[in-house]
Design a protein around this ligand. Structure first.
Ligand SMILES: [Zn+2]
Length: 169
């Protein structure tokens, strides 16, 4: 009995703790090694994480707080969600091995108000993020091709306004 309890506790801890480092991801059913990092306790693939951090910083300047609800998913996690979906519980879920949460590209964000959604609709693509599942306002995928010029212009503008040179007369 004690042994069972210990095991349950260990499993719960493993589930709730983000595991930065190497992991096995899946792209179109094929195993692929991916690297994870931690954003507020969530596992996120490193390239997606880098792009997300840039985007979240820009959003914060506009008073929009972007938070991740779900990032990288293991095969086992996706399998669980898929079974739930097939039972009629939970959101639409791709079969295990075929979710972009397993490739590391997809992020489910807390989109709790129109402000966050409108900001993402208008600016997400600038940072390489696209909404790929109709009807899922929270599901955004990092597809790359961010507008580096727009991002650079944006950060330049901010630096300038902070230390604005005096107008010469
Ligand atoms: Zn999703």
């Amino acid at each position: 009995m004690t042994r069972v309890l210990t095991l349950v506790v260990a499993v719960c801890l493993a589930v709730s703790t983000a595991s930065a480092g190497k992991a096995v991801g899946y792209v179109a059913g094929e195993k692929t090694p991916i690297k994870l990092t931690d954003i507020n306790g969530k596992d996120v693939e490193i390239r997606t994480a880098k792009a997300f951090r840039v985007m979240a910083k820009a959003a914060r300047k506009k008073g929009v707080d972007l938070k991740i609800r779900s990032g990288f998913r293991s095969f086992a996690k996706q399998e669980k969600l898929y079974k739930q979906y097939r039972r009629g519980q939970g959101n639409l879920a791709a079969p295990p091995g075929y979710s972009n949460h397993e490739s590391g590209r997809a992020l489910d964000l807390y989109v709790t108000d129109h402000k966050a959604f409108d900001w993402l609709q208008e600016h997400g693509a600038t940072y390489g993020f696209h909404r790929t599942v109709p009807g899922e306002a929270w599901h955004w995928e990092y597809l790359g091709n961010e507008d580096k010029d727009a991002i650079a212009r944006d950060s330049k503008k901010t630096t300038k306004s902070k230390s604005k040179p005096k107008q010469t007369s």
